[in-house]
Ligand binder design. Structure first.
Ligand code: GLC
Ligand code: CA
Length: 558
């Protein structure tokens, strides 16, 4: 496979509102980010993905964009952004922006125009349709992926507009060539300024089946079969590539719900038909849930392993993997696949090993590197996330008790990942000097914070830093082939990676139980170098050992 600069990156994701506040208004901002660039570099990351920084009424915290070519006054100015970009580049760090073009905010000027009249030039930028039954019923049965209706009514026009997400996020009509030109303008605006690429929000949803036919009747995301990989998706992505992206030294990561390796290769196979460089799939995020984080089931390691293994093997030599365990849309991983009480540190390190030894480009979400945990807010009024609030309403209307829904929300809400980063054990965890930060701070900040972790050689932070530096120093981490062992184990995830005579051998225990690990034939653990482990004096005799709680080891051979 050809080399490309993005393959060697370690990307750090910033969700700006909760990262670091520099001016004391309780909201994270560009000044805060600039002040932490050295911190991110010290960790070893050499790229940053910014969740949306644009002006937004924040119904979906930045993912409802009111102006694609500016910076939200909450965060700073365009001039400050240029400074940030320079500061990052001068440290050898790449910057990618979040490109949210499936929908805009309902306060975007295109939408405000579009609803003025049916013959307004912007009317066809969106999916405006007449309703059924004399206009009073929505045009079809589609439902929002955020739990709620997929259409909203506008009295003035006596028409409905489509929104796959919140009411305030009208979907753009990508079939309109003018809309595609606008998208290209936005891309060029940021690329000309010097940004290095885009994370493309729900990019696989941008083409909808002609005629918008009714969907299979399910309460959430009804209709999804008609847009999850719509008829013109390839064509539009190819147009963006040919007309814009191919003219810059940049890269793209497409967010792709319901994606499988086989389908992904239609987009990311390296060659002339390639339209995206990588994709964020969701398969490994469903080892403790189904479809959405709210439909929960007990964690099953085999589900995690089989997702990881199929992406590793099916893409090998053909397309490039994006690796992640956390982002702003999912609860903290230690609270899901690890143990956020007794074994927070051990399981946090083990989870890092489990994915940072895989092939691809790793993404690390702010706070993940210090093992932040889900906040599990007890009252619905304490939540900010629109999807959590909608799911609460829907579940209650289905007859689930308040207690039951709250227990789901505590485990599933996106707000679990959106609490301010815990910088130190001082006031407001060092996030802001304001009296009150914009959102709740996890009370565990007195123990779990950056200052503590950076001082402590045995912390999760120090472990991430070491693992990242090992990854950078040994190409087998990034480029090696992949083979899984002990597929049937419910407790251990074991795999090897090989490249140019080197072999990495990775053992991760996903349980606090003691499990006997026996090296498979051909692997002599004694003859390898133990590169990293989350226990000080790992035992080994006769090529076998009893695992400690959430133990992880990485051996290097050759
Ligand atoms: C993506 C974003 C998520 C947002 C949604 C709608 O899934 O990651 O935060 O709510 O798209 O834009
Ligand atoms: Ca601020």
């Amino acid at each position: 496979m050809p080399n490309a600069f993005y393959k060697d990156l370690i990307v750090y994701q910033i969700w700006p509102r909760s990262f670091c506040d520099s001016n004391g208004d309780g909201i994270g901002d560009l000044g805060g980010i600039i002040s932490k660039l050295d911190y991110i570099k010290d960790l070893g990351a050499n790229a940053i993905w910014f969740s949306p920084l644009y002006p937004s009424p924040n119904h979906d915290y930045g993912y409802d964009i009111a102006d694609y070519m500016d910076i939200s006054p909450d965060y700073g100015t365009l001039e400050e952004f240029k400074t940030l970009l320079n500061e990052a580049h001068s440290r050898g760090m790449k910057i990618i922006m979040d490109l949210v073009i499936n929908h805009t905010s309902n306060e975007h000027k295109w939408f405000l125009e579009s609803k003025k009249s049916k013959d307004n030039p912007y009317h066809d930028y969106y999916f405006w349709r007449d309703g059924k039954k004399g206009g009073k019923k929505p045009p079809n049965n589609w439902k929002s992926t955020f739990a709620g209706p997929g259409w909203s009514y506008d009295e003035n026009l006596n028409q409905w507009y489509l929104h796959l997400f919140a009411d305030e996020q009208p979907d753009l009509n990508m079939d309109n060539p003018k809309v595609r030109e606008e998208v290209k303008k936005i891309m060029r605006f940021w690329l000309d300024m010097g940004v290095d690429g885009f994370r493309e929000d729900v990019i696989t949803f941008i083409s909808k089946k002609e005629g918008l036919p009714n969907g299979f009747p399910i309460p959430v995301a009804c209709g999804i079969e008609h847009y999850k990989k719509g008829p013109h998706l390839h064509e539009y992505l190819m147009e963006f590539k040919n007309d814009v992206l191919s003219q810059y030294d940049c890269f793209t990561v497409g967010e792709a719900p319901m994606m499988t390796p086989k389908l992904a290769l239609e987009f990311i196979s390296e060659g002339k038909n390639q339209t995206l460089d990588m994709m964020f799939h969701f398969q490994h995020m469903q080892a403790d849930c189904m479809i959405t984080d709210f439909i929960q089931r007990p964690f099953k390691l085999k589900k995690y392993k089989s997702a990881m293994s199929s992406w590793q093997t099916e893409l090998y030599g053909k397309g490039w993997n994006a690796l992640y365990l956390e982002n702003h849309d999912h609860p903290r991983i230690i609270s899901r696949y690890g143990n956020d009480e007794k074994y927070r540190v051990e399981s946090g390190k083990m989870l890092a090993v489990s994915y940072l030894c895989l092939g691809g480009t790793p993404f690390i979400y702010q706070g993940q590197e210090i093992g932040m945990t889900s906040i599990k807010l007890p009252e619905i009024e304490m939540y900010e996330d629109v999807s959590t609030k909608n799911v609460y309403k829907m579940a209650r209307s289905f007859g689930l008790s308040h207690e039951r829904v709250m227990s789901l929300a505590k485990r599933a809400s996106r707000d679990n990942a959106r609490t301010p980063v815990q910088w130190d054990d001082g006031k407001n965890a060092g996030f802001t000097s304001a009296e009150k930060p914009w959102f709740h701070i996890n009370p565990n900040y007195e123990q779990v914070n950056v200052a503590n972790d950076r001082e402590n050689p045995d912390s999760i932070w120090s472990f991430y830093k070491k693992l990242i530096s090992l990854r950078k120093a040994n190409p087998v981490f990034t480029y090696g082939n992949y083979k899984e062992y002990m597929k049937d184990s419910d407790d251990l995830y074991v795999y090897e990676r090989c490249l140019d005579g080197k072999k990495l051998f990775v053992i991760c225990s996903f349980t606090e139980k003691q499990v006997i690990f026996e090296a498979p034939e051909g692997i002599e653990l004694n003859s390898g170098e133990l590169l990293i482990s989350n226990y000080k004096y790992p035992a080994l005799s006769n090529n076998r050992f009893k695992t400690k709680p959430y133990e992880a080891r990485v051996y290097l051979f050759g």
